[in-house]
Write a protein that binds this ligand. Structure first.
Ligand code: KG4
Ligand code: ZN
Length: 340
């Protein structure tokens, strides 16, 4: 009896996305556009991102409705990522959603982008055990790097996070130093396949320390120092692959060490979950799987399209929020007046 299907909009960074999801988690349609205008700049440019969302969203919304075979009036509620993220893009997506909600006389649900990542493993079919609360979430992307105890809908405890760069940011910066393109994560992973992960001694900042904070800037600086000048231009240099492999090894070692500490900071979790673009990294995934097995925990990694920024997770977070409020005897939220 929840007002669904929910149409959700995601525009917090460089992906413009729209999805329509039913109360039971059935995905009626999903579309994601990855903006290409940032490539020449080697990173996301906020102004370019906001203008690209503005240009793309109306067609994307129409297209998503068409694919679902629906009219706007068939929607039960509208949701959008309303933060954290790049403010220009957030305003574009949130105001589009609010406008639709007002025109259709439906509730508008403001979704926290991190909460949407955090609840994504509970989408039916993603985790074999359904990811019951509490679970341990590792969120690793270009913008985020944190360990979160997910204890219930609306109940998240940040156990630790990066004190400087996000993991994906470190991958992107190392890629830049090696003369690879942007985004750098996939390129570094590819190059690392040909390298020796133990060839270059690199530091593992904060490893072994109490808590589960992360730090990658010292590692990044160490890579820069190990890099002979000619490697920056000559990708064919044998050292480039060794550096990529050794860097990837160091990041994985750090993540596994930090997760070991995170486990001791919460009630025994039901599941280890990873989300965010860096979760695409095959070596990291394998290490996480092994770590989970060692600790007797089921491991869940959403498929890549649900790991990176997407609108399905935003719709699902809205559905979980509505359901939790209903169960608590509270009204369905209507955040039209909320200020981004
Ligand atoms: O979640 P995402 O698509 O966007 C946000 O940052 O929110 O994550 C993108 C990040 C980029 O930094 C990219 O380099 C990294 O994820 N990434 C990877 C891999 N694929 C993407 N990092 C390491 N290995 C990969 N295979
Ligand atoms: Zn994200």
């Amino acid at each position: 009896d929840l007002p669904t299907p929910v149409m959700a909009i995601e525009s917090s960074c460089d992906d413009t996305a729209c999805a329509i999801v039913h109360a039971d988690g059935q995905i009626m349609a999903e579309t994601t556009l990855s903006q290409s205008g940032h490539v020449p700049f080697g990173g996301v440019v906020p102004e370019i991102a906001a203008r690209a969302h503005l240009a793309a969203l109306p067609d994307l919304v129409r297209d998503t409705l068409d694919r679902a075979g629906m009219q706007p009036r068939d929607l039960g509620a509208i949701a959008a990522s309303c933060g954290p993220g790049l403010i220009g893009g957030l305003i574009v997506g949130a105001d589009m959603g609010k406008g639709m909600a007002i025109a259709l006389n439906r509730p508008f649900i403001a979704v926290n982008h991190i909460e949407a990542h955090a609840l994504s493993p509970r989408l039916p079919g993603v985790a074999s055990n359904g990811a019951p609360f509490p679970y341990l979430l590792l969120l690793v992307s270009g913008g985020h790097c944190q360990c979160i105890a997910v204890e219930g809908v609306g109940h998240y405890r940040r156990l630790g996070g990066t004190i400087d760069d996000a993991a994906g940011e470190a991958f992107d910066k190392v890629a830049k130093m090696l003369g690879l393109g942007w985004p750098g994560g996939p390129a570094v992973e590819h190059l690392a396949l040909e390298g020796n992960p133990h060839a270059i001694a690199l530091p593992r900042p904060l490893m072994g320390r109490a808590g589960c904070d992360f730090s990658f800037s010292g590692l990044k600086t160490a890579v820069a120092q190990k890099l002979p000048a000619e490697v920056r231009t000559a990708l064919s240099h044998p050292l480039a692959a060794d550096i990529a492999a050794s860097f990837q090894q160091a990041v994985s070692d750090i993540v596994i060490d930090r997760l070991g500490h995170a486990l001791g900071m919460m009630e025994r979790p039901t599941t280890l979950v990873v989300a965010g673009g860096v979760a695409a990294n095959g070596m990291l995934r394998a290490r996480l799987q092994e770590f989970a097995q060692t600790h007797g925990l089921p491991f869940a990694a959403p498929p890549l399209r649900l790991c990176t920024d997407n609108a399905v997770m935003v719709a699902w977070a809205a559905i979980e929020t509505m359901r939790a409020r209903r169960e608590a005897g509270l009204p369905i939220p209507d955040d039209i007046a909320m200020r981004p």
